[in-house]
Design a binder for this molecule. Sequence first.
Ligand SMILES: Nc1ncnc2c1ncn2[C@@H]1O[C@H](COP(=O)(O)OP(=O)(O)O)[C@@H](O)[C@H]1O
Ligand code: SF4
Ligand SMILES: [Mg+2]
Length: 334
Amino acid sequence: MTADRETPVTPVLDVRDLSVRFRMRGGRDIAAVTDARFSVAPGECLALVGESGCGKSVLASALLGLLPANAETTGSAVLGGDTDLLTAGERTLARTVRGRRIGLVPQSPAAHLTPVRTVRAQLEETLRELTGVRGAAAVRDAAGEAAARASFPADHLDRYPHELSGGLAQRAATALALIGDAPLLLADEPTTGLDRDLVERTVDELRRHTDEGRALLIITHDLAAAERIADRVAVMYAGRIVEIAGSRPFFGAPGPRHPYAKGLLDALPERDFAPIPGMPPELGALPDGCAFAARCTRADARCTDERPAFEDALACHHGLTGRAHSLTKAAADA
Ligand SMILES: Nc1ncnc2c1ncn2[C@@H]1O[C@H](COP(=O)(O)OP(=O)(O)O)[C@@H](O)[C@H]1O
Ligand code: SF4
Ligand SMILES: [Mg+2]
């Protein structure tokens, strides 16, 4: 794992001021994502972390064009330097982006796999759809190769999803996600429901695909998994990214700069095991100032009055370590 890679000029994904609002009938709008700004470079893994309900999956859905009709997006999310995912339109997203330019590693592989078809049949179908491979023998060979890329055992290819363990179902889903050879992999909670050993194997495999040159945006509330896999970490709270940092300084020394990020780490069983008191605010009723103020031991009048801007990869009036992280160029430019 490399903490602070230099980022080439064109990121695989460049997200600028991305906001998502859900328009609610007769009620307050829900500010699910606000002004998210980050980029992911080829060969880099960015982990987006934060508590349940903070807007991570909504952000992912915005990138894939899979938001419901009552959602409104602003900002931009440019893929490969040429396609703004927020304005591309469903036809482009369906035909050229999902599966082809963004490989989707699903949250729930069991639900993602078709229950009545074997893994081999599903791999072969996706191969026919996304690649030029034709002819029964060639497709069969390609399915074997696709399975091997995700370490899915060949002798399980003729099984149905319900005959697979959680770990093998995840590998089958990963094999499907890799077929289009997409430059960006998007994995939303890929380790949910897996035991620790399988979490580690799954993230190590995803890391391997990143090391082959793909970019990986992994969304997770599992900080141990994020530490294991990510080059950089983006911490989200109440719909906003509040800190982006290199994994090494974030998880090691000097540690996070944002009090919420520090709270998340301190809550880990292997650290203080001390949960952050209180609950995140409702995304339909966010306070004017810092959304974390009600839970923050460092909060003062300025924090409750004035929302901290996201500057130098931090959104806090009283950052913890008082120094700039050694960020990648992408984060520093963001
Ligand atoms: N279709 C929707 N309509 C209204 N609110 C939604 C919709 N989908 C998600 N939300 C709200 O957006 C917020 C963020 O949800 P989500 O992105 O799923 O959180 P996370 O993935 O971080 O756990 C939640 O408060 C959720 O209730
Ligand atoms: S801005 Fe203030 S309340 Fe918000 S995290 Fe920083 S110190 Fe805490
Ligand atoms: Mg989610």
